[in-house]
Design a protein around this ligand. Structure first.
Ligand SMILES: Nc1nc2c(ncn2[C@@H]2O[C@H](COP(=O)(O)OP(=O)(O)OP(=O)(O)O)[C@@H](O)[C@H]2O)c(=O)[nH]1
Ligand SMILES: [Zn+2]
Length: 298
């Protein structure tokens, strides 16, 4: 390694500004030129330029990369994560479209997923939320019921063993209780966030950037801003069909080897939808995602 080059982990990203931690020090980093292909969780080599500042010189190979994308570009959510927690709640009501999109993104990235159903203390909404979460359980995803404010100890006893020795990213729609859960898992997270936001000079204390909290050498939690949309324009049709676990038994059984599972006769996926083995809601999303993948211009 060149003299002065340091190894660091990207712990926050705000636009094209990054915060890297060497373990003993935090540095405000930028990339060379207009590159913005760095993600929170990346392991990088940085070259210090001034006190507390550095340039990112290289990114180490990633074992996973979670993306979102719109029509024009893909947006890196986090690198090197092992699992995704999708936080949903009894109240406000969650969006099945967003949950399924997050599931598809995780499947495509090869990341394990857990659904965290929060606010189970709001009992009048519980049955309905449980039923809706149960749909994802039937697809094979783990669902954990917690109440971050009413029962924090139990919430911790459920979630701590799952995050131990892993890197976990939490995502959720606004108001589901994601920040409350992060603050439980990472005592002092809110203070750390304020520090990060000062260094990155974002000028806001709201959670508008993705950031990583290292709990110990092998355990990290990544918090991301609440979102209202989850574009997946970057996924190809081949990736999409495999990202729906309930489609997998059908793959290879369609009449045409290059079946798109949209309108083709003899399509095993469409037959499964007709029989009720695949939910129309999920197949509709698949169709929408195939459509999105055709619209991308990058
Ligand atoms: N009743 C109940 N309220 C909760 C629970 N967990 C969080 N809340 C409340 O729900 C509201 C939203 O919680 P946050 O943690 O700010 O939600 P968030 O998902 O981080 O939302 P954004 O910051 O907008 O992304 C707050 O008023 C919390 O106190 C819970 O288990 N039960
Ligand atoms: Zn088919």
């Amino acid at each position: 390694m060149t003299k002065n080059m340091m190894h660091a982990r990207i712990i926050a990203a705000h636009g094209r500004h990054y915060l890297a931690s060497t373990g003993s020090e935090m540095l405000h980093c930028v990339t060379r030129g207009k590159k913005s292909d760095v993600a929170v969780g990346d392991s990088v080599n940085i070259m210090p330029t001034a006190k507390g500042q550095a340039v990112i010189e290289s990114i180490s190979e990633r074992h996973s990369l979670l993306y979102r994308s719109d029509q024009y570009k893909s947006k890196l959510l986090a690198a090197n994560v092992d699992q995704l927690f999708i936080v949903i709640a009894t109240e406000p009501s969650f969006s099945d479209d967003l949950v399924s999109r997050a599931l598809v993104a995780a499947e495509a990235a090869g990341i394990e997923v857990h659904l965290i159903l929060n606010k189970i203390d709001i009992t009048d909404q519980l049955e309905r939320a449980r039923q809706r979460a149960g749909f994802y359980k039937k697809l094979g995803y783990a669902v954990h019921e917690v109440s971050a404010t009413a029962n924090p100890e139990e919430t911790l006893s459920i979630l701590l063993p799952i995050i131990e020795n892993r890197s976990t990213i939490l995502i959720g729609q606004s108001g589901m209780g994601k920040s409350t859960i992060v603050n439980l898992l990472v005592p002092g997270a809110d203070i750390a966030t304020r520090e990060i936001s000062t260094v990155l000079n974002s000028g806001k204390h709201t959670t508008t950037f993705t950031r990583m909290y290292q709990i110990d050498d092998n355990t990290a939690v990544i918090d991301s801003p609440g979102f209202q949309e989850f574009g997946l324009y970057h996924l190809t049709e081949g990736m999409l069909e495999r990202a729906f676990p309930e489609f997998r038994p059908c793959l290879g059984h369609c009449r045409f080897y290059n079946c798109h599972h949209l309108t083709e006769p003899g399509c095993a996926v469409l037959e499964a939808v007709a029989k009720g083995d695949i939910s129309p809601m999920r197949h509709e999303l698949y169709k929408q995602l195939v459509h999105e993948s055709e619209q991308k211009v990058f």
